[in-house]
Design a binder for this molecule. Structure first.
Ligand code: PLP
Length: 405
C-alpha cells in the first residue's frame, strides 16, 4: 500500500533531528555521547514568562483565540518592531503562528505557484528547501561558502535570478554559519531587488538578539524600507527567550499576504496555544534583562569553541557573529580513512565517524546545502564543550589519507 503522495516524496525528515535521535539511541545503549547537533537554547524559559502563562491559565485564557493571534500579542509584536527595529506595523500587518517555522511555511504556501523558484543562499536552515518543494516551488540553492564569509553577494544574487524567481530567503544571523549581514550588505541586495519587482523577500530574523560579533544586527525591513511592500519579516520567541517548546513565532508584512497566510492557518492548525501566546506577550513586553546574560554566555562559549577549533589542524572556521553555532570547513578530511577501515568520502561520513568513534554528534554540511562542513551547536555548557572539542581533535588526528581515493 502506498502512503506517500508525490509531493511528500520530494522532502526528507529533518536531518538534524535524525542525528540527535541516533545520539540518544547510543546513549540509551550506554555510550557516553555528547550531542552538539541540537538547535535550541539549553537555558530554561525565564521565570516571569512561565508565571505569566500560569496566570493566563488561571484567568481562563484557555479557549480558541483568533487564528492568527490574540490582539494583545499582535500589539506586543508591533511594539517590539518599533522598539527594536524602528519599524511601524499595524495589527493587520502582523500574524502569529505556531513557531517561526509555521510563519515561513504559510508565507511560501500562500504565494508559490508550481515551478516558481526560490533563491536560498547556502548554507541554509534545513527546512527552507523542503518547505519550498512541498509548496510546489523549486529551491535554487546559491552557494555562499567560507570564502565569501557565508554571505550572498549582490553579484551572485543577480546571476541566480531568473524570470521564475518568486522569493529570496535571507537569514541573519544565520543558522548554521553564524554570519550576519550589515546594513550596507542588505542595502546592496535591496538595490538588486529594486530591478526585479516580482521577487519577494523573506527575512528570517529569529536569531536577532543572539549577536556578539563586530557586526550589529539590522532588520532587512529597516535596511531596505523601499521594499516594504514585498518584504516578509519572520521572527519569534523560541531563541531569544529560550522558548522553543512554546511554539510561538510571528511575521510582519503586507496586509494581503497576512490575509492569505491567515487563511492557511485557519484551515490547518487554527490559533497557536492560547497560554503560550500569553507567555509570549510577557516575553516581548516584560523585562528584557533576561536576554543579556544568555547572550553573554553564548559569546564566551563561541570564543572558547573557536579557540579550540583553531588548534585542530585541517579545520577552517570563520568567527560566528551570532546564533549559537560554528560551521568549520572540513575539506582536508575528505578522502581519508578511519582506523576501523571506513573511508571518509564526504561530510556525512565524517559526522558519522565523529559520532561512532569520538562519541560527539554534529550535523554534516550536506544537511544545510553546503559541503564539506560540520555544524557544531554550542547550546551546551562550557565544560561539555571542552570535552567535545578534545574528542573531536583526537578522532580527527586518527584519520589517514586514503591511498585508494
Ligand atoms: C533559522 C531558523 N529559522 C526558524 C526556526 C524555527 O523556529 P521556531 O521554533 O520559532 O519555529 C529555526 C529553528 O531552529 C531556525 O534555526
Amino acid at each position: 500500500m502506498e502512503f506517500q503522495a508525490e509531493r511528500i516524496k520530494l522532502i526528507k525528515a529533518s536531518p538534524s533531528m535524525a542525528i540527535s535521535l541516533q545520539a540518544r539511541k547510543m546513549r540509551q545503549e550506554g555510550a557516553d555521547v555528547i550531542d552538539l547537533s541540537l538547535g535550541e537554547p539549553d537555558f530554561d524559559t525565564p521565570a516571569h514568562i512561565v508565571e505569566a502563562a500560569y496566570r493566563a491559565m488561571c484567568a481562563g485564557q484557555t479557549r480558541y483565540t483568533a487564528a492568527d493571534g490574540t490582539p494583545e500579542l499582535k500589539a506586543a509584536v508591533a511594539r517590539k518592531f518599533q522598539r527594536d527595529n524602528g519599524l511601524i506595523f499595524a495589527p493587520d500587518e502582523i500574524s502569529v503562528a505556531n513557531g517561526a517555522k509555521q510563519s515561513i511555511f504559510n508565507g511560501l504556501f500562500a504565494t508559490l505557484e508550481p515551478g516558481d523558484e526560490v533563491l536560498i543562499p547556502a548554507p541554509f536552515w534545513v527546512s527552507y528547501s523542503d518547505m519550498v518543494s512541498l509548496a510546489g516551488g523549486v529551491p535554487r540553492i546559491v552557494p555562499c561558502g567560507i570564502e565569501s564569509d557565508f554571505l550572498l553577494t549582490p553579484e551572485s544574487f543577480e546571476q541566480h535570478l531568473t524570470p521564475r524567481t518568486r522569493w529570496v530567503i535571507l537569514n541573519s544571523p544565520s543558522n548554521p554559519s553564524g554570519a550576519v549581514y550589515d546594513r550596507g550588505q542588505l542595502g546592496a541586495l535591496g538595490e538588486v531587488l529594486l530591478k526585479h519587482p516580482r521577487v519577494l523577500v523573506l527575512s528570517d530574523e529569529i536569531y536577532e538578539h543572539i549577536t556578539y560579533g563586530a557586526v550589529p544586527f539590522v532588520s532587512f525591513g529597516a535596511a531596505c524600507p523601499a521594499l516594504r511592500g514585498r518584504t516578509l519579516i519572520v521572527n519569534g520567541v523560541s531563541k531569544t527567550y529560550a522558548m522553543t517548546g512554546w511554539r510561538i513565532g510571528y511575521a510582519a508584512g503586507p496586509k494581503a499576504l497576512m490575509v492569505a497566510m491567515g487563511k492557511i492557518q485557519s484551515q490547518s492548525t487554527s490559533n497557536p496555544c492560547s497560554v503560550a501566546q500569553a507567555a509570549a506577550v510577557e516575553a516581548l513586553n516584560g523585562p528584557q534583562d533576561c536576554v543579556a546574560p544568555m547572550v553573554a554566555e553564548y559569546r564566551s562559549r563561541s570564543t572558547r569553541v573557536l579557540e579550540a577549533l583553531s588548534r585542530i589542524p585541517g579545520l577552517r572556521t570563520a568567527q560566528p557573529q551570532g546564533a549559537f553555532y560554528a560551521y568549520p570547513h572540513c575539506g582536508s578530511f575528505i578522502g581519508t580513512r578511519a582506523p576501523d577501515g571506513q573511508t571518509i568520502s564526504n561530510d556525512a561520513d565524517l559526522a558519522a565517524y565523529l559520532l561512532r568513534i569520538g562519541h560527539v554528534a554534529t550535523v554534516p554540511g550536506v544537511a544545510f546545502g553546503l559541503s564539506p562542513y560540520l555544524r557544531l551547536s554550542f547550546a551546551t555548557s562550557q565544560a561539555v564543550l571542552d570535552d567535545a572539542m578534545e574528542r573531536i581533535q583526537r578522532a580527527l588526528a586518527d584519520l589517514r589519507q586514503d591511498a585508494h581515493m
